[in-house]
Design a binder for this molecule. Structure first.
Ligand SMILES: NC(=O)c1ccc[n+]([C@@H]2O[C@H](COP(=O)([O-])OP(=O)(O)OC[C@H]3O[C@@H](n4cnc5c(N)ncnc54)[C@H](OP(=O)(O)O)[C@@H]3O)[C@@H](O)[C@H]2O)c1
Length: 303
């Protein structure tokens, strides 16, 4: 039986992984996150609080639990917040990784980490794993620095980069798709970029890719996303169609006319050949992923 320590289990991906790992008898899992309690606390999961930026806490938990794998979907993920709260972003996204890598190396555990398309500048997406990185905002810089910490530490590792995840969970922070659904359900007009293009990732797909990495003991860098590149505007229109909501409430906006704290990479998207060949990764179509999300959401009132 493999013992897995998950960090950031309260997040969107962390919760999905919790459910999927639970169904597999081969894994014993301890969930951890920054918050005192687990948002899935009504269900029988093992949970303890862990701030990955605290070196001694990470060291003592890893030393006592002795996982075979440390799985890290934790991170400071709000792009604009990272731009203005730089110290906090560095603490979680870089120092946190130094702590995890150091502790993993000490006990011979493997470290599996989640990164982002924001390590690229978005001038010529879609990108493959070997393409040159050049982040345009502080979030991207910290995520790239986190990747480099892992690679430099020579710990056994796998890093999965992903893009614009859509899905849901309990008390999760709003993602783009949830924000669109909630706004349109409330008949609120929304503005979406027509010149920021990426390939959204169905939550179940990235979680499945992580499980596959564990199962086949894959190492190295993998690009995991959907296959269809869409602008944020077109993504919102497609969401409105699947959810039978009023797409006339969606206005086109241009990235260049908006004053946001953090710059965005305009065109990303991933080339998925490596993941398809080595992990048998098969991305869900955007249409099907949105139908799945609609079923999952049902009539839930969104935050
Ligand atoms: N969502 C996307 O569209 C997307 C796209 C590309 C890459 N990614 C990457 O994928 C990963 C997962 O994303 P996500 O959307 O699931 O993120 P999320 O919903 O924002 O969850 C991140 C979790 O990290 C935890 N966390 C933050 N600081 C921590 C710390 N110092 N110690 C321990 N836990 C901490 C938070 O825990 P608490 O809730 O307990 O405070 C939070 O639940 C992230 O690394 C992100 O960079 C996400």
């Amino acid at each position: 039986m493999k013992r897995i320590l998950v960090c950031g289990s309260n997040g969107l991906l962390g919760q999905k992984l919790a459910w999927m790992l639970k169904n597999n008898q081969e894994y014993e899992v301890l969930h951890t996150s920054y918050h005192r309690s687990f948002f899935l606390g009504n269900y029988p999961f093992d949970y303890t609080q862990l701030d990955i930026s605290k070196r001694s806490d990470v060291k003592s938990l890893v030393t006592s639990y002795r996982p075979d794998i440390i799985l890290n979907p934790a991170g400071m993920t709000n792009v604009d917040q990272c731009e203005v709260e730089r110290e906090a972003a560095w603490k979680t996204n870089v120092i946190g990784l130094e702590n995890l890598a150091e502790s993993a190396r000490r006990i011979g555990a493997k470290l599996i980490h989640i990164s982002t398309d924001y390590v690229f500048d978005g001038k010529n997406g879609p990108y493959k794993e070997s393409d040159r990185t050049n982040p345009v905002n502080y979030y991207g810089k910290t995520k790239l620095a986190g990747e480099n910490v892992i690679i430099g530490s020579r710990v056994r590792n796998a890093i999965l980069r992903t893009i614009l995840i859509y899905g849901t969970g309990i008390q999760v922070k709003n993602n783009f798709a949830l924000w669109v659904v909630k706004s349109l359900r409330e008949n609120k007009p929304i503005r979406c970029f027509e010149d920021q293009i990426a390939s959204p990732t169905f939550l179940g797909d990235i979680a499945l890719a992580v499980l596959k990495v564990i199962e086949v003991d894959a190492e190295g860098l993998y690009h995991i996303s959907g296959e269809e590149a869409v602008s944020r505007y077109n993504f919102a229109v497609q969401i409105a169609k699947v959810f039978n909501l009023d797409s006339s409430l969606i206005e086109k906006r241009s990235l260049s006319n908006m004053q946001l704290p953090a710059q965005r990479p305009p065109v990303t998207g991933f080339i998925l050949e490596k993941a398809k060949n080595e992990l048998r990764f098969q991305p869900t179509t955007l249409q099907q992923g949105l139908v799945n999300l609609k079923q999952e959401l049902g009539t839930i009132t969104l935050n």
